[in-house]
Write a protein that binds this ligand. Structure first.
Ligand SMILES: Cc1cc2nc3c(=O)[nH]c(=O)nc-3n(C[C@H](O)[C@H](O)[C@H](O)COP(=O)(O)OP(=O)(O)OC[C@H]3O[C@@H](n4cnc5c(N)ncnc54)[C@H](O)[C@@H]3O)c2cc1C
Length: 327
């Protein structure tokens, strides 16, 4: 059985969210990766068990065009006889797969944590509902299953090397077949197309950052974020914020962590002046370690934190920055 997986890039390498999607895809059949790029990170894809890579060259389709991407996936699904098409549960992954569902008339399930073929045209799914507060068991009956993968719940696991070594091992020396594909598109498919990103948008993405420094109402206002930016820079991370911060217009919505923002899965989440409302926790529960800085020893975030500093962030963060700089 062939499954198609849309792979998004973070620089020249697959985004962490896509590697998690590939980790799940492997259990469903031979994985064919689809990249909207001129070249593919072949070694990495081989390590995740990909057998074939379809490159959609930029000369054919430059920029991000959700309907055109979906049309391309639809064509390849037919050409390869795929039994499933999946993507990471990112903004793009969910948008493209929703378009694919609309184009093909097939059902699409978002944010799955487990997918098991159940014979014939049936797949059993477990998926997140209510921002991950509820897990739903579902059965999908469709000739081609369309779904996205809940990236905060599925582990990033390379395929075991053929020698039986312990993953993550050295690159698996498999032959990945590269195909350059030219999709058949119409003008209408390209009506919505993002061809450039605003200056400054090229940094690490909130969804895939290894360190996130979070700021909430306790930061006090738009001017209070400079020390958090400095700390994030020193730690090689990015700044994330609570909804109060975006509602007040202190920071843009793309930095919001939570149920109605981005779900993050960093090694470290430093939550500064954030109370820890359930809608915020829905976005940061996938962090491996949480450190809270809060003046209130009774703040709900403390129930989720591995460590906490009870104190004023306006004193604690500059002290942290100074300590890191002196090292
Ligand atoms: C449908 C819905 C969806 C939502 N989606 C989201 C979402 O995606 N993301 C999200 O974040 N929220 C979301 N919310 C809002 C959520 O319920 C909270 O209102 C919000 O998360 C609170 O933000 P906050 O923690 O910054 O502010 P507050 O709850 O006001 O907490 C501020 C914290 O800062 C501490 N503090 C104050 N001064 C200092 C200081 N000097 N030093 C250290 N600590 C200090 C306080 O003790 C307090 O704990 C949603 C709500 C609804 C109803």
């Amino acid at each position: 059985m062939t499954v198609l997986c849309l792979v998004e890039l973070d620089g020249a390498e697959p985004a962490d969210a896509s590697l998690r999607a590939l980790s799940l895809a492997r259990s469903l059949g031979d994985v064919n990766a689809i990249l909207f790029a001129d070249t593919g990170p072949q070694d990495t894809l081989a390590r995740y068990g990909v057998t074939d890579v379809f490159l959609i060259e930029r000369s054919t389709l430059d920029g991000y065009a959700p309907q055109a991407w979906a049309r391309t996936l639809a064509g390849l699904a037919t050409e390869t006889g795929a039994t499933a098409v999946l993507a990471a549960g990112t903004d793009r992954g969910n948008e493209v797969l929703a378009h694919l569902g609309a184009i093909t008339g097939l059902p699409m399930a978002a944010n799955c944590t487990l997918v098991t073929p159940d014979g014939g045209k049936t797949h059993r799914l477990v998926r997140h509902r209510w921002a991950g507060l509820l897990l739903e068991d579902a059965v999908m009956e469709a000739p081609v299953a369309l779904f996205t993968v809940a990236t905060d719940s599925v582990a990033n696991v390379p395929a075991a090397p053929p020698s039986g070594g312990t993953p993550p091992g050295p690159p698996v020396p498999t032959d990945v077949q590269i195909h350059v594909h030219k999709p058949e598109l119409t003008e209408a498919d390209l009506r919505v197309r993002a061809v450039e990103s605003p200056a400054g948008a090229g940094g690490a993405s909130l969804a895939t950052a290894r360190v996130v420094v979070g700021g909430g109402r306790g930061v006090g206002g738009p001017d209070g974020f400079a020390p958090l930016e400095e700390l994030a820079d020193l730690l090689g991370g990015v700044v994330g914020v609570s909804r109060v911060v975006t509602s007040e217009g202190w920071r843009p919505h793309k930095q919001q962590v939570g149920q109605t923002g981005t779900k993050i899965t960093p090694e470290l989440y430093l939550a500064c002046g954030i109370s820890g409302a359930i809608q915020h926790i829905a976005g940061c529960a996938g962090a491996k370690h949480i450190i809270a800085i809060n003046t209130d020893p009774g703040a709900p975030i403390l129930a989720h934190a591995d460590y906490a500093v009870i104190g004023d962030l306006h004193q604690v963060i500059p002290a942290l920055v100074e300590a890191l700089r002196s090292r």
